[in-house]
Design a protein around this ligand. Sequence first.
Ligand code: APR
Length: 225
Amino acid sequence: METLVVLTGAGISAESGLQTFRDSDGLWNGYNVYEVATPEGYKKNPKLVLDFYNMRRREVAKALPNEAHKAIATLQEKYHVTVITQNIDDLHERAGSKNVLHLHGEIFKMRGEKDIHTLYEIKGDIHLGDMAPDKTQFRPHVVWFNEQVPMIEKATIIMAKADVFILAGTSLQVYPAAGLIDYLPLKIPKYIIDKNPPYIPPHHGFHVIRNTATAGMDELMKILL
Ligand code: APR
């Protein structure tokens, strides 16, 4: 079985009703990114940050996987599929994808402020005063700007083993995730699906599908299945 790797971003979940970050109606509108997505912002106003992610968690709980998430899961019938996602939602898993690596954390998990490895399930809200066993405040298991991306090394190893690659719904603005495409083998088939694709230098050899995630995946399924 060939190994197919998919790297996704917020655009894959846009048609499930979850806003992307950098489109004009993006999530940061009305919120200063430094206030809600950096350790410094959290230190300054933890309640604001907890509430921000409590809202995100409620939105994700209400959202459903779309046809693009489902198509990626269907590819498991023919390929050994690994999804590397920058998204903190669980829509790939709910669509049936078995191997999902979350680079930027998961909204339905939380942890204490110090121990980044011990994770706890969280379906509802995290309140100020909810303490981890080590007596630190619970916070979302989300990787903020200026924080380490613990999964990045594992992701580079997965990328290097790809026989086929799909990049879907990411602006490739955020590192180290954006640098992952440099780890792909040179001569494998590579596809990008995005309604407004980021520029990728031609030597990478991407086949560009300028379309929404659902329509683009539908098109790609005819090639890959
Ligand atoms: N179908 C396909 N692509 C879409 C759709 C859609 N329906 N809607 C938007 N897009 C594309 C946009 O054109 C853009 O290229 O999805 C991409 C979304 O880009 P961003 O909003 O920058 O999201 P992402 O790349 O996932 O952001 C990376 O930044 O804010 C941090 O940690 C956060 O994981 C996030 C990271």
